[in-house]
Design a protein around this ligand. Structure first.
Ligand SMILES: [Zn+2]
Length: 236
């Protein structure tokens, strides 16, 4: 937007007996137009909405989002896909709090979950004896030490990011892996199994939706990792 695109601002404002001028531009105003608009601020109120400010106003409030849904349905669908929010499924939002510091791990999504198994027996089937979640870093280090001591150092840990459990495809793949292990005879302590159900319930509102572009790419990465190395392997 340049000066030539916006002629006679003062005449237009005064001609309509208005108290101010609000400009809606799809691009940023040129520096000369910007200077002109700043000069006019001494005479009446001037506001400029460029595309970023329009977007922020539409997406930053519930009312704005409703307007966007009505008038820009295709754009808002794409935007929603890339900016997922948890589905409203349960009356009470299931909380997932760090086992060590009680910090919220779902708002925003962060941290890891850790599955603890007693050493594998000769038939390759272990027993899940502990299941927890925590912040990365200090909380993780302290909890690992506590759990190892509790089980006399006879346990092995397997961990993953909670963020990955909020990825719809990886959530289902991980859940299927656990079901397969159960079917193969893996035993779970009562507490660990309850914790598993808590995790699934807590993250489910985050997975009941479409994949974002970043998540589609994350799935592609896991698809390239062979099953034997903990990935999903290439689909036939
Ligand atoms: Zn913590």
């Amino acid at each position: 937007m340049g000066l030539d695109d916006e002629l006679n601002i003062t005449e237009r404002v005064e001609g309509h007996a208005c108290g101010g001028f609000i400009a809606f531009y799809s691009t940023l105003p040129s520096s000369s137009l910007n200077d002109r608009l700043n000069q006019l601020k001494s005479r009446f109120e001037v506001q400029v909405f460029d595309h970023e400010r329009v977007e922020a106003a539409l997406l930053g409030t519930t009312g704005g989002a409703l307007i966007a849904k009505r008038y820009f349905p295709r754009s808002i669908l794409l935007w929603s896909c890339e900016h997922p929010t948890p589905a409203k499924l349960f009356s009470d939002t299931e909380k997932l709090r760090c086992d060590f510091c009680s910090g919220d791990l779902l708002n925003p999504v962060r941290g890891i979950f850790v599955v603890w198994r007693k050493h594998l027996s000769t038939n390759g089937i272990g027993e899940v004896v502990d299941f927890g979640w925590c912040c990365k870093g200090e909380c993780d280090r302290k909890l690992r030490s506590i759990v190892r001591t509790k089980f006399d150092f006879q346990v092995l840990d397997a961990w993953d990011d909670i963020k990955d459990m909020c990825n719809p495809t990886l959530f289902m793949w991980r859940t299927m892996t656990w079901l397969n292990r159960l079917h193969s005879g893996e035993r779970w302590s009562d507490d660990a199994f309850e914790r598993l159900k808590t995790l699934l319930l807590a993250v489910f509102p985050h997975v009941a939706r479409h994949l974002s572009q970043v998540e589609r790419e994350a799935v592609q990465v896991v698809l390239t990792i062979p099953v034997g190395l903990g990935g999903m392997g290439r689909l036939p």
